[in-house]
Design a protein around this ligand. Sequence first.
Ligand SMILES: [Zn+2]
Length: 302
Amino acid sequence: MKESSCNSSCPLCNAPIKTIRHAGRVKTLAICKDCGLWFRTPRPTPKELKAIYNKDYYDTWALQENPELTELSKQKTFACVLEKIDTFIPNDNTSRSLLDIGAATGHFISLAKAKKWSVFALEANPFSLDILRNKLGNDHVFCDSITNVTLEERSLDVITMFDAIEHIPNIETLLRESHRLLKGNGILCITTPRIDSYSRLFMRKNWPHYKEEHIQYFSKQCLKATLQKHGFEVKTTRGHTKWLHFCYLNAQFQAYRHWFFTPVFNYLDRILPKKIKQIALPYRCGEMLMIAQKNTKEGIEI
Ligand SMILES: [Zn+2]
Protein backbone atom coordinates (compact mmCIF):
# COMPACT_ATOMS: atom_id res chain seq x y z
CA MET A 1 0.00 0.00 0.00
CA LYS A 2 1.45 3.37 -1.00
CA GLU A 3 1.54 6.26 1.44
CA SER A 4 1.49 10.01 0.86
CA SER A 5 1.05 13.14 2.95
CA CYS A 6 -2.11 15.11 3.65
CA ASN A 7 -3.46 17.80 5.94
CA SER A 8 -6.75 16.61 7.34
CA SER A 9 -8.28 15.86 10.76
CA CYS A 10 -9.87 12.75 12.26
CA PRO A 11 -13.70 12.79 12.15
CA LEU A 12 -13.79 10.95 15.47
CA CYS A 13 -11.20 12.72 17.67
CA ASN A 14 -10.15 15.73 15.54
CA ALA A 15 -6.45 14.84 15.72
CA PRO A 16 -4.44 16.14 12.75
CA ILE A 17 -3.66 13.50 10.10
CA LYS A 18 -0.33 13.49 8.30
CA THR A 19 -0.35 10.37 6.11
CA ILE A 20 -2.84 8.60 3.91
CA ARG A 21 -2.79 5.15 2.34
CA HIS A 22 -3.98 4.19 -1.10
CA ALA A 23 -6.26 1.21 -0.54
CA GLY A 24 -7.78 -0.39 -3.61
CA ARG A 25 -11.29 0.60 -4.62
CA VAL A 26 -11.72 3.09 -1.75
CA LYS A 27 -8.66 4.90 -3.16
CA THR A 28 -7.43 6.80 -0.12
CA LEU A 29 -7.69 6.12 3.60
CA ALA A 30 -6.29 8.21 6.41
CA ILE A 31 -5.24 6.59 9.66
CA CYS A 32 -5.58 8.45 12.94
CA LYS A 33 -2.56 7.77 15.13
CA ASP A 34 -4.47 9.01 18.19
CA CYS A 35 -7.72 6.99 18.16
CA GLY A 36 -6.87 4.38 15.51
CA LEU A 37 -9.76 5.17 13.12
CA TRP A 38 -9.19 4.52 9.40
CA PHE A 39 -11.34 6.79 7.26
CA ARG A 40 -11.90 7.87 3.68
CA THR A 41 -10.32 11.15 2.76
CA PRO A 42 -11.56 13.38 1.37
CA ARG A 43 -14.86 12.53 3.09
CA PRO A 44 -17.60 11.86 0.50
CA THR A 45 -20.27 14.57 0.28
CA PRO A 46 -23.89 13.83 1.33
CA LYS A 47 -24.82 14.01 -2.37
CA GLU A 48 -22.19 11.38 -3.27
CA LEU A 49 -23.40 9.09 -0.48
CA LYS A 50 -27.04 9.51 -1.44
CA ALA A 51 -26.25 8.44 -5.01
CA ILE A 52 -24.97 5.05 -3.72
CA TYR A 53 -28.12 4.00 -1.87
CA ASN A 54 -30.94 2.91 -4.18
CA LYS A 55 -32.60 -0.33 -5.37
CA ASP A 56 -29.41 -1.41 -7.17
CA TYR A 57 -27.50 -1.31 -3.89
CA TYR A 58 -28.99 -4.71 -2.95
CA ASP A 59 -27.94 -6.41 -6.20
CA THR A 60 -25.02 -7.84 -4.23
CA TRP A 61 -27.46 -9.69 -1.94
CA ALA A 62 -28.76 -12.00 -4.70
CA LEU A 63 -32.26 -10.80 -3.81
CA GLN A 64 -33.42 -11.00 -7.42
CA GLU A 65 -32.32 -14.58 -8.15
CA ASN A 66 -32.78 -16.14 -4.73
CA PRO A 67 -34.90 -14.01 -2.37
CA GLU A 68 -35.99 -16.99 -0.22
CA LEU A 69 -32.44 -18.28 0.17
CA THR A 70 -31.13 -14.84 1.09
CA GLU A 71 -33.97 -14.47 3.61
CA LEU A 72 -33.16 -17.85 5.17
CA SER A 73 -29.41 -17.25 5.43
CA LYS A 74 -29.88 -13.76 6.90
CA GLN A 75 -32.42 -15.13 9.40
CA LYS A 76 -29.94 -17.80 10.44
CA THR A 77 -27.23 -15.17 10.94
CA PHE A 78 -29.53 -12.85 12.88
CA ALA A 79 -31.08 -15.63 15.00
CA CYS A 80 -27.65 -16.24 16.58
CA VAL A 81 -27.27 -12.52 17.37
CA LEU A 82 -30.80 -12.23 18.76
CA GLU A 83 -30.12 -15.21 21.04
CA LYS A 84 -27.08 -13.36 22.38
CA ILE A 85 -29.14 -10.17 22.91
CA ASP A 86 -31.72 -12.27 24.81
CA THR A 87 -29.08 -13.06 27.43
CA PHE A 88 -28.86 -9.33 28.27
CA ILE A 89 -32.55 -8.42 27.89
CA PRO A 90 -34.41 -11.64 28.73
CA ASN A 91 -37.99 -12.17 27.66
CA ASP A 92 -39.95 -11.74 30.90
CA ASN A 93 -43.25 -11.22 29.07
CA THR A 94 -43.01 -7.43 29.26
CA SER A 95 -42.69 -5.44 26.04
CA ARG A 96 -39.08 -5.25 24.80
CA SER A 97 -38.27 -2.47 22.33
CA LEU A 98 -35.57 -2.36 19.69
CA LEU A 99 -34.36 0.13 17.07
CA ASP A 100 -32.41 -1.28 14.10
CA ILE A 101 -30.17 1.40 12.56
CA GLY A 102 -29.42 0.68 8.90
CA ALA A 103 -32.33 -1.76 8.77
CA ALA A 104 -32.00 -2.31 4.99
CA THR A 105 -34.91 -4.42 3.74
CA GLY A 106 -35.84 -5.53 7.26
CA HIS A 107 -34.51 -9.08 7.60
CA PHE A 108 -33.51 -8.57 11.23
CA ILE A 109 -36.57 -6.60 12.31
CA SER A 110 -38.89 -9.22 10.79
CA LEU A 111 -37.19 -11.85 12.91
CA ALA A 112 -37.26 -9.69 16.06
CA LYS A 113 -40.93 -8.83 15.46
CA ALA A 114 -41.75 -12.54 15.16
CA LYS A 115 -40.06 -12.99 18.55
CA LYS A 116 -42.46 -10.39 20.03
CA TRP A 117 -40.05 -7.46 20.16
CA SER A 118 -41.56 -4.02 19.58
CA VAL A 119 -39.42 -2.94 16.61
CA PHE A 120 -38.44 0.36 15.02
CA ALA A 121 -36.23 0.94 11.99
CA LEU A 122 -33.93 3.71 10.77
CA GLU A 123 -32.79 3.63 7.15
CA ALA A 124 -31.42 6.03 4.53
CA ASN A 125 -32.11 4.07 1.33
CA PRO A 126 -35.47 5.24 -0.17
CA PHE A 127 -36.04 1.80 -1.74
CA SER A 128 -35.76 0.08 1.67
CA LEU A 129 -37.88 2.71 3.40
CA ASP A 130 -40.92 1.72 1.34
CA ILE A 131 -40.43 -1.97 2.23
CA LEU A 132 -39.92 -1.15 5.92
CA ARG A 133 -43.03 1.07 6.05
CA ASN A 134 -45.07 -1.77 4.53
CA LYS A 135 -43.74 -4.17 7.16
CA LEU A 136 -43.92 -1.93 10.24
CA GLY A 137 -46.14 1.07 9.46
CA ASN A 138 -45.05 4.70 9.15
CA ASP A 139 -44.84 5.32 12.91
CA HIS A 140 -42.14 2.70 13.35
CA VAL A 141 -39.83 3.80 10.53
CA PHE A 142 -37.46 6.79 10.54
CA CYS A 143 -35.35 8.05 7.67
CA ASP A 144 -31.78 9.27 7.10
CA SER A 145 -30.38 10.26 10.48
CA ILE A 146 -30.76 9.27 14.14
CA THR A 147 -31.64 12.92 14.80
CA ASN A 148 -34.94 12.19 12.99
CA VAL A 149 -35.89 9.45 15.48
CA THR A 150 -38.80 10.89 17.45
CA LEU A 151 -38.92 8.22 20.17
CA GLU A 152 -38.75 9.36 23.77
CA GLU A 153 -35.52 9.56 25.71
CA ARG A 154 -34.73 6.29 27.56
CA SER A 155 -37.43 4.39 25.69
CA LEU A 156 -35.45 1.58 24.03
CA ASP A 157 -34.05 -1.69 25.41
CA VAL A 158 -31.79 -2.35 22.44
CA ILE A 159 -30.23 -0.51 19.50
CA THR A 160 -28.68 -2.63 16.75
CA MET A 161 -26.33 -1.55 13.95
CA PHE A 162 -25.51 -4.42 11.60
CA ASP A 163 -22.87 -3.41 9.05
CA ALA A 164 -23.99 0.19 9.57
CA ILE A 165 -21.51 2.19 11.67
CA GLU A 166 -18.91 2.09 8.87
CA HIS A 167 -21.43 3.93 6.63
CA ILE A 168 -22.56 6.72 8.96
CA PRO A 169 -20.80 10.12 8.66
CA ASN A 170 -21.28 11.54 12.17
CA ILE A 171 -20.30 8.90 14.74
CA GLU A 172 -20.41 11.38 17.63
CA THR A 173 -24.07 12.21 16.99
CA LEU A 174 -24.92 8.56 16.35
CA LEU A 175 -23.55 7.36 19.69
CA ARG A 176 -24.69 10.35 21.72
CA GLU A 177 -28.27 9.93 20.48
CA SER A 178 -28.14 6.14 20.90
CA HIS A 179 -27.13 6.64 24.52
CA ARG A 180 -29.96 9.15 25.03
CA LEU A 181 -32.60 6.84 23.51
CA LEU A 182 -31.58 3.73 25.47
CA LYS A 183 -33.03 2.87 28.87
CA GLY A 184 -30.63 2.49 31.79
CA ASN A 185 -28.61 -0.69 31.15
CA GLY A 186 -29.90 -0.76 27.55
CA ILE A 187 -27.86 -2.67 24.98
CA LEU A 188 -26.01 -1.49 21.87
CA CYS A 189 -25.18 -4.28 19.42
CA ILE A 190 -22.78 -3.52 16.55
CA THR A 191 -21.30 -5.57 13.73
CA THR A 192 -18.68 -3.96 11.49
CA PRO A 193 -15.58 -4.91 9.46
CA ARG A 194 -12.53 -5.08 11.69
CA ILE A 195 -9.54 -3.24 10.26
CA ASP A 196 -7.12 -5.24 12.44
CA SER A 197 -8.62 -8.59 11.36
CA TYR A 198 -6.46 -11.36 9.91
CA SER A 199 -8.50 -11.19 6.70
CA ARG A 200 -7.50 -7.53 6.15
CA LEU A 201 -3.88 -8.21 7.02
CA PHE A 202 -3.85 -11.18 4.63
CA MET A 203 -5.80 -9.66 1.72
CA ARG A 204 -4.37 -6.14 2.03
CA LYS A 205 -5.74 -3.81 -0.67
CA ASN A 206 -7.97 -6.62 -2.03
CA TRP A 207 -9.92 -6.88 1.24
CA PRO A 208 -13.58 -7.26 0.21
CA HIS A 209 -14.76 -4.78 2.87
CA TYR A 210 -12.99 -1.93 1.09
CA LYS A 211 -16.04 -0.33 -0.54
CA GLU A 212 -16.72 3.27 -1.43
CA GLU A 213 -19.72 3.42 0.94
CA HIS A 214 -17.58 2.29 3.89
CA ILE A 215 -16.31 5.67 4.98
CA GLN A 216 -14.53 4.48 8.15
CA TYR A 217 -13.11 1.34 9.72
CA PHE A 218 -12.55 0.47 13.36
CA SER A 219 -10.06 -1.81 15.07
CA LYS A 220 -11.36 -3.71 18.08
CA GLN A 221 -9.56 -1.31 20.41
CA CYS A 222 -10.74 1.82 18.57
CA LEU A 223 -14.41 0.79 18.68
CA LYS A 224 -14.16 -0.27 22.32
CA ALA A 225 -12.58 3.05 23.34
CA THR A 226 -15.12 5.01 21.28
CA LEU A 227 -18.04 3.26 22.98
CA GLN A 228 -16.50 3.77 26.42
CA LYS A 229 -16.03 7.46 25.68
CA HIS A 230 -19.75 7.70 24.87
CA GLY A 231 -20.89 6.08 28.10
CA PHE A 232 -21.04 2.38 27.19
CA GLU A 233 -19.41 -0.60 28.85
CA VAL A 234 -18.32 -3.26 26.36
CA LYS A 235 -19.62 -6.67 27.42
CA THR A 236 -18.79 -8.94 24.49
CA THR A 237 -16.49 -8.81 21.47
CA ARG A 238 -16.11 -11.71 19.09
CA GLY A 239 -15.76 -12.55 15.40
CA HIS A 240 -19.10 -12.20 13.62
CA THR A 241 -20.27 -15.34 11.84
CA LYS A 242 -22.49 -14.94 8.78
CA TRP A 243 -24.44 -17.76 7.14
CA LEU A 244 -24.05 -17.32 3.38
CA HIS A 245 -24.92 -19.37 0.31
CA PHE A 246 -22.86 -19.54 -2.88
CA CYS A 247 -25.23 -17.30 -4.90
CA TYR A 248 -24.84 -14.49 -2.34
CA LEU A 249 -21.05 -14.77 -2.31
CA ASN A 250 -20.99 -14.91 -6.10
CA ALA A 251 -23.14 -11.76 -6.37
CA GLN A 252 -20.75 -10.00 -3.97
CA PHE A 253 -17.69 -10.91 -6.03
CA GLN A 254 -19.36 -9.86 -9.28
CA ALA A 255 -20.22 -6.43 -7.83
CA TYR A 256 -16.97 -5.93 -5.90
CA ARG A 257 -14.50 -7.54 -8.26
CA HIS A 258 -11.46 -9.30 -6.85
CA TRP A 259 -8.51 -10.42 -8.96
CA PHE A 260 -8.57 -13.97 -7.52
CA PHE A 261 -12.03 -14.68 -6.10
CA THR A 262 -14.14 -13.26 -8.98
CA PRO A 263 -12.76 -15.67 -11.63
CA VAL A 264 -12.81 -18.57 -9.14
CA PHE A 265 -16.49 -17.91 -8.37
CA ASN A 266 -17.26 -17.55 -12.10
CA TYR A 267 -15.77 -21.00 -12.63
CA LEU A 268 -17.56 -22.55 -9.64
CA ASP A 269 -20.82 -20.99 -10.81
CA ARG A 270 -20.52 -22.98 -14.04
CA ILE A 271 -19.63 -26.35 -12.50
CA LEU A 272 -21.42 -26.56 -9.13
CA PRO A 273 -24.84 -28.24 -8.96
CA LYS A 274 -27.74 -25.92 -8.06
CA LYS A 275 -28.38 -27.74 -4.78
CA ILE A 276 -24.81 -27.19 -3.57
CA LYS A 277 -25.00 -23.50 -4.47
CA GLN A 278 -28.07 -23.13 -2.27
CA ILE A 279 -26.54 -24.50 0.93
CA ALA A 280 -25.86 -21.80 3.54
CA LEU A 281 -22.57 -22.21 5.38
CA PRO A 282 -21.05 -20.22 8.26
CA TYR A 283 -18.29 -17.74 7.31
CA ARG A 284 -16.06 -15.43 9.31
CA CYS A 285 -15.27 -12.55 6.95
CA GLY A 286 -13.18 -10.18 9.09
CA GLU A 287 -16.12 -8.64 10.93
CA MET A 288 -16.60 -8.22 14.66
CA LEU A 289 -19.68 -8.33 16.86
CA MET A 290 -19.51 -5.96 19.81
CA ILE A 291 -22.22 -5.73 22.48
CA ALA A 292 -22.08 -2.84 24.96
CA GLN A 293 -24.31 -1.77 27.80
CA LYS A 294 -25.33 1.78 28.63
CA ASN A 295 -23.33 2.79 31.64
CA THR A 296 -25.44 4.45 34.27
CA LYS A 297 -22.90 4.70 37.06
CA GLU A 298 -22.99 8.11 38.70
CA GLY A 299 -20.68 10.54 36.97
CA ILE A 300 -20.26 8.38 33.87
CA GLU A 301 -23.62 8.72 32.16
CA ILE A 302 -23.54 11.40 29.45
ZN1 LIG B 1 -8.85 9.98 15.73
